[in-house]
Ligand binder design. Structure first.
Ligand code: MIG
Length: 799
């Protein structure tokens, strides 16, 4: 009976997931027969003709490839990887009868010959970091075929790792889940999931990269496989964490820390650093589905200015188009988009338009009227996707019957990018890519697309491989198009779906959330998780997208998002209006206070964003990233940090006006009162609706500037360095500046200024240390203010 129940349970769940038990039926890779060594690679030839390759890319980065029952193919291509040329570090290989050990200065990889098991150890302590629980395996006989989403995709492959007794897991991109993924099970298959709630999986994006953390030491694994993939962090077995995919190559990168920041830096090197967006992307943004006609857009701008609310960007959602035809403007609603963007520009407001992947299937009428050149060109040049039988693939999206571009074709990407001229010519500042999972109203699961073929470098692969990378390539086409069209401006692209590497081309937001407290509570774990997955520029519709919000929820939502990289209020078409003033003056006044504070903090926020660009350390951080040795931080996902210095503990429940806040070691200043607390403990703080608990790390120096209506309205003058001395009377800060709009920063046209302060007698001496870079910020006054100590003079400023 029990067995029957289990079988039944399996039958019920089998269609959705392969479990830990299932992977034990897979065929293990054979034992090692011979070993070959080349310049940076060790190849293991197995007795079953399988092959395994370890490639040494850096002392802390090893690539593992395996082919089952065959040689590793010569073809080696990834849409995610940005850096292929690595300078091989020094390494050695040692063979014994039992094992082959590959060692770098930081890692030891021990490959046991029979059975073939891989273990990663710390080169100094020889302690195990991560080890195979069973040999890598594949589904030679199709045993799992009935459980797969697309049995035709190929062979199921899986890697099984020993689950640490106290191992924590982070990352995996966009998941509607808590910060620590231990005991979780996740599927990657980009999906349009409006109104998702915690536990909904998969949602829009796929980033098959995770971090394991145990005893304070972290490693990372990037399973670069775009097929539908599975990650089990001990959900269905106490023994193992495993990952696998429904096809494709067994191909993963192993990163060793032990610091998470170091892993994220390597991951950014491998998959690409986020370029700096224009500085105005850090400004406040306003959207709804949909503002039209043009006069309503002007009214929104006017309201913002009249109400003294800062604003940088307004979005045009799908109704700006002529019948949802991308690359067109509706002539009634937006007769003169150029005049509109010019009018807005005079108020410092930029316009961003949505561009969906669906191109309306729109043959001209009998007398050739209403021609839609995007459709005609795409068809003529054969850029649209086809099914295996040669028929055009015709999904249904907003325009009705539509076509999708095969973005794996380089010439199609170029064409798509160039089409954006209609936007840049009209002064549109950035592009918003939606529906790019790709969403299809005919069938949201993707089943209806399984036989769709993509060119894929001549390999002609199916949807199983190309779904998860569709948005990445569309974003690439968009980004590169904007670069060509406006070489002097940094592209601004925001996307809903993506794959690892998406940070090279687009910022992101977390899609169609609900206007609920539960959805608000997901903001912090989702933003921090995305940051730990190589995507630093993240945010969520402020106030929530679907459903009716209220003033309290909107205020609390701003108290999270005013310090997120992306701060945009957005609302569904039939939702109650949600601009900051919609619930009355009381709430509007509080929202104004937070928006102004965001603009005051912009010098600090921009400095933090540049750090994310350069180092891969995210802007919006979980506490554990800054305090990796403090286990009390490992599960905190109702607080966050901005950079190293600001700690925020928002209220994410209704009718609540006080909460517990964990302060890590060191001293902390309450931002509002300058009251000093010592950390390493939990404190209780009051948080009436107009107050978000906000703390500054003692030892920090936070650069601020006067609030503005929009970024760049006036120069940052004066620039104030707010000094928060630590218990030794010291503080340090950095200020990053550049022109905010052009790509010149990539050529060294920036200025990084380091500032330090130390107590001297009854006052403080400040020194502005030699600035780095060639950018000239012009003359401006520098102010230094010591916080938390009444009437403390600055005795000396050395520049
Ligand atoms: O099927 O363009 O996530 O932000 O307002 C809905 C209309 C399509 C989903 C996006 C949302 C946007 C909406 N879009």
């Amino acid at each position: 009976m029990r067995k029957l129940l289990i079988t039944l349970a399996c039958l019920v769940t089998s269609a959705v997931a392969v479990t830990a038990q299932d992977i034990t039926v897979l065929d293990p890779i054979g034992p090692v027969a011979t070993v070959q060594k080349s310049d940076n690679t060790v190849t293991f030839n197995c007795r079953d003709n399988s092959q395994v390759q370890l490639t040494i890319l850096a002392p802390d980065l090893i690539r593992v490839r395996a082919a089952f029952g065959k040689q590793i193919p010569a073809r080696d291509h990834s849409w995610a990887v940005a850096k292929e040329d690595w300078t091989t570090p020094r390494w050695t290989v040692t063979e014994t009868a039992e094992a082959v050990t590959v060692a770098t200065d930081e890692l030891e990889v021990v490959v046991r010959r029979s059975p073939l098991l891989i273990e990663f150890r710390d080169a100094h302590t020889h302690q195990s970091i991560n080890a195979d629980e069973r040999p890598m395996a594949y589904d030679a006989k199709g045993k799992l075929a009935s459980m797969l989403f697309d049995p035709k995709a190929g062979n199921f492959i899986a890697v099984s790792k020993k689950l640490g007794f106290d191992e924590h897991f982070y990352g995996l991109g966009e998941k509607a889940a808590r910060l620590d993924k231990r005991r979780g099970f996740f599927v990657n298959w980009n999906s349009d999931t409006p109104g998702y709630t915690e536990g909904k999986d998969p949602i829009y994006q796929t980033v098959p990269f995770y971090l394991g953390l145990q005893s304070g030491a972290a490693y990372g694994i990037f399973f670069d496989n775009s097929y539908r993939s599975y990650f089990d962090f001990g959900r269905s077995s106490q023994q193992r964490a495993w990952f696998g995919a429904e096809g494709g190559e067994l191909n993963y990168y192993f990163f060793y820390g032990p610091s998470i920041k170091k892993i994220l830096a390597r991951y950014a090197d491998l998959t690409g650093h986020m370029p700096l967006p224009p500085k105005w992307a850090l400004g406040n943004q306003q959207s709804r589905w949909s503002y039209y006609p043009d006069s309503m857009v002007e009214q929104v701008a006017r309201e913002y200015r009249e109400r003294d609310l800062p604003l940088d960007v307004i979005y045009l959602d799908i109704d700006y188009m002529r019948g949802y035809r991308v690359f067109t403007f509706d002539q009634q609603r937006f007769p003169n988009p150029k005049a509109l963007t010019e009018k807005l520009a005079r108020q410092g407001i930029k316009l961003v338009t949505i561009v969906d992947p669906g191109v309306k299937h729109d043959p001209p009428g009998p007398s050739g009227e209403g021609r839609y050149s995007v459709f005609e060109q795409g068809l003529e040049r054969n850029y649209f996707q086809h099914r295996g039988n040669g028929a055009l693939f015709v999904p249904r999206v907003w325009p009705g019957e539509s076509l999708f571009v095969d973005y794996t074709l380089p010439e199609a990407r170029r064409w798509w990018g160039d089409l954006h001229r209609v936007y840049t010519d009209n002064g549109i500042a950035g592009i918003w890519n939606d529906m790019n999972e790709p969403s299809d109203f005919v069938d949201q699961t993707g089943k209806n697309q399984l036989d769709v073929i993509s060119f894929d470098n001549g390999e002609r692969t199916t949807h199983a491989k190309n779904r998860n990378t569709f948005a990445l390539l569309m974003a690439q086409a968009t980004y590169e198009g904007l670069e060509r069209l406006r070489p002097d401006a940094r592209p601004y692209v925001i996307t809903r779906a993506g794959y690892a590497g998406i940070q090279r081309y687009a910022t992101m937001w977390t899609g169609d959330t609900n206007s609920t407290w539960e959805a608000l509570a997901l903001n912090i774990p989702m933003f921090t998780t995305l940051g730990l997955s190589g995507e630093p520029f993240v945010g969520s519709d402020v106030g929530g997208f679907i459903g009716r919000g209220n003033g309290e929820l909107l205020v609390r939502s701003y108290q999270v998002s005013f310090l997120a990289p992306f701060c945009r209020n957005h609302k569904v078409i039939d939702g109650y209006d949600q601009e900051p003033w919609r619930f009355g003056k009381y709430y509007e006044d509080i929202i104004r206070k937070y928006l102004k504070l965001r603009y005051e903090l912009l010098p600090f926020l921009y400095t933090t964003l540049e750090e994310a660009h350069r180092t891969g350390t995210p802007f919006f951080r979980p506490l554990l990233l800054n305090y990796q040795d403090d286990q009390s931080t490992y599960n905190i996902d109702d607080q966050f940090m901005v950079g190293s210095d600001l700690l925020v503990a928002p209220i994410m429940k209704p009718d609540v006006t006080r909460r517990l806040v964990y302060l890590p070691r060191g001293d902390w200043y309450d931002y509002w009162t300058n009251k000093k607390y010592s950390g390493g403990k939990m404190i209780t703080v009051e948080a009436p609706l107009d107050t978000v608990p906000l703390f500054v790390r003692a030892g920090a120096m936070i650069p601020t500037a006067p609030a503005r209506n929009y970024v760049g309205e006036r120069p940052d003058d004066p620039l104030t360095f707010n000094i928060y001395p630590d218990d030794k009377g010291l503080a340090n800060g950095v200020l990053y500046e550049d022109d905010g709009v052009s790509p010149a920063y990539k050529r060294g046209v920036f200025r990084r200024t380091s500032v330090s302060a130390r107590r001297e007698g009854s006052g403080f001496a400040v020194s502005v240390d030699g600035a780095e870079g060639q950018y000239n910020p012009g003359g401006r006054r520098l102010n230094f203010v010591v916080r938390g100590l009444r009437s403390t003079p600055i005795v000396r400023v050395k520049t």
